[in-house]
Design a protein around this ligand. Structure first.
Ligand SMILES: Cc1cc2nc3c(=O)[nH]c(=O)nc-3n(C[C@H](O)[C@H](O)[C@H](O)COP(=O)(O)O)c2cc1C
Length: 309
């Protein structure tokens, strides 16, 4: 009998009861919020990105939701590593699924400094956010778009911790595969693709100005799924590490498509807005139903099968 148990996978000693993963930045860093996401069916959760020092982020409005996409320019608001470590430890203790700690910095050394502080909380994984598109050249762009700089971030973090490392990639580059190969050669254990696309802009016709206070922001949600699927497809052919396919996943069929492209796990962010907090349970159930209907015995049979033809 085909059960939800066929959705379970094990990576680096962590059990993911199903492939859905809360994407970074969507539901904060608080232990109660992350545990609630797991109660609502997530196979794992990622925190909001934490940096070296407290940061207010951009002024409101920071998120716009439309039928087909979200635009956000949150601007990496966070309380800083020292102020986050206790809450992260509470989240790790209180969550019955892997907790992925997302980190950022403005230098490779800063990434490592944040990891050193947060390692005390014993997250299952770190995720290096080298790819935020809405903070200009301050964070993200220098690392996410340059393979040597991206590799340096991985080397510095790896020098600091034995906790497995996920690197979150930007789609906004001419050659994603080159950057992926560089971070894998430097020791990345997994990849997450993709962060938001753009930045994009929406103009308020009556006010005759951009809606976001930051003017532009990262594009996410259903509109970016084809880009995310193509990125994961390219990465699967180029690297051997597991990939968290993220971008526009809202349904079980979206998840199946992403896994066929080569993802092992699927990140879900904007769909929390479209389908509610229990989107994780819904996507897992729908994926299971799809697999049952089409005779897939486990995720392993589905993963990468779009490459076979
Ligand atoms: C409001 C908002 C905040 C986000 N904050 C972060 C963040 O702090 N760190 C990060 O790596 N990605 C962040 N992201 C990107 C998401 O984790 C994800 O990569 C992207 O939204 C694509 O997935 P989706 O289409 O399922 O939302 C954010 C996205 C949104 C919509």
């Amino acid at each position: 009998m085909h059960t939800l148990a066929t959705l379970s996978q094990d990576y680096h000693g962590s059990v993911f009861s199903n492939p859905t993963v809360l994407a970074a930045g969507i539901l904060g860093v608080s232990a109660s919020s992350l545990a609630n996401v797991i109660r609502n069916g997530a196979g794992a959760v990622t925190t909001k990105s934490v940096g070296p020092a407290a940061r207010a982020g951009h002024p409101n409005p920071v998120v716009i939701a439309t039928d087909g996409y979200l635009l956000n320019a949150v601007g990496l608001s966070n309380p800083g590593a020292e102020a986050s470590v206790e809450e992260l430890a509470a989240a790790v203790r209180g969550c019955s699924a892997p907790v992925i700690a997302s980190v950022f910095g403005s230098t490779a050394q800063e990434f490592a400094d944040v990891v050193r502080v947060l390692d005390a909380a014993k997250p299952a994984f770190f995720e290096a956010n080298i790819s935020c598109p809405n903070v200009g050249s301050e964070f993200g762009r220098p690392f996410g778009t340059d393979s040597a700089a991206a590799a340096k971030v991985v080397e510095e973090i790896k020098g600091e911790t034995a906790t497995p490392l996920i690197v979150k990639l930007s789609p906004n580059v001419p050659d994603l595969v080159e950057i992926a190969k560089a971070v894998c050669a430097a020791g990345a254990d997994m990849l997450c693709a993709i962060n938001t696309v753009g930045p994009g802009m929406l103009i308020d016709l009556a006010a005759r100005r951009p809606v976001l206070a930051n003017r532009s922001g990262g594009l996410s949600g259903p509109a970016i799924k084809p880009i995310a699927v193509r990125c994961v497809y390219d990465l699967y052919r180029a690297v051997d590490v597991p990939i968290i396919g993220t971008g526009g996943i809202s349904t079980g069929k979206d998840a199946a498509e992403m896994i066929m492209a080569g993802a092992s796990l699927v990140g879900i962010g904007s769909a929390v807005y479209y389908r509610g907090i229990d989107v994780f349970a819904k996507v897992a159930r729908e994926l299971d139903a799809f697999m049952q209907e089409h005779g897939y015995a486990g995720i392993g049979q589905l993963r990468g099968c779009a490459h076979d033809a």
